[in-house]
Design a protein. Sequence first.
Length: 266
Amino acid sequence: MPLLLWIILCSALGGIASAAFAVVFLWVSEERSARILPHFLSFATGALLGAALLALLPEAIEGAGVAGAHALGWSLVLGLGVFFVIEKLVLWWHTHAHAEEGPAHAGHEHGHAHGRDHASGVLVLVGDSLHNTLDGVLIAAAFLTDVSLGFVTTFAVAAHEIPHRVGDFAILVQAGWTRQRALVLNLATGLASVVGAVVAYFALQRALGFLPLALAFAASGFLYIAVAGLIPGLHRRSDPRTSLTQVGLITAGILVIAVAERLTHS
């Protein structure tokens, strides 16, 4: 089989097939989903933090080296600023699209909280598209180095993408989308992995030259989503049992990414 076809198939497996795992929620009742999905939000928080700090950022530092540390810092600052502006724009759009005449203070607060949930969903889609594009680049780079390394990299990408996508599915549902639409959007972001892989195959040297900065930018996006978008929602329930469950699931999300990252470098 031609190498490019292997790259396309494996990048599709890492990006699209992993998102399809979320389809199991289409057969779960709404009542049960309401109990389960908050746990996945905690898990997603850990997965996002792990992906940013244990996978994306270390890869960026390794690729850029000491000489590129300052540029990585600028990329992180730029990424945080861009995602802050994106969230502001989404909140502005949501407020104006659903504005009611003479809103009460309580209604305004409820609308703002719902707007933040919607913004987090949009940010997840933006961050996932960029992340999946870079996953495609990494898969293509591994295959161009060695075919067996390409298969190992694909397995590692899928291993950390599957739980990540389930968590993202929970975020999108909380953002107000139906489960069917959340699944379609989740699958659509997986196409970015194929695009990134094909672009990297034809322009690898240039892609790898910008890869450390792009990785740092993606890391900043996931950090912003986790810290500004998800963690405030977790604080809405502060009883000891829920808090311990949240800590445990956040830790589990981080550990899953750590194990997947270790497999990547084994």
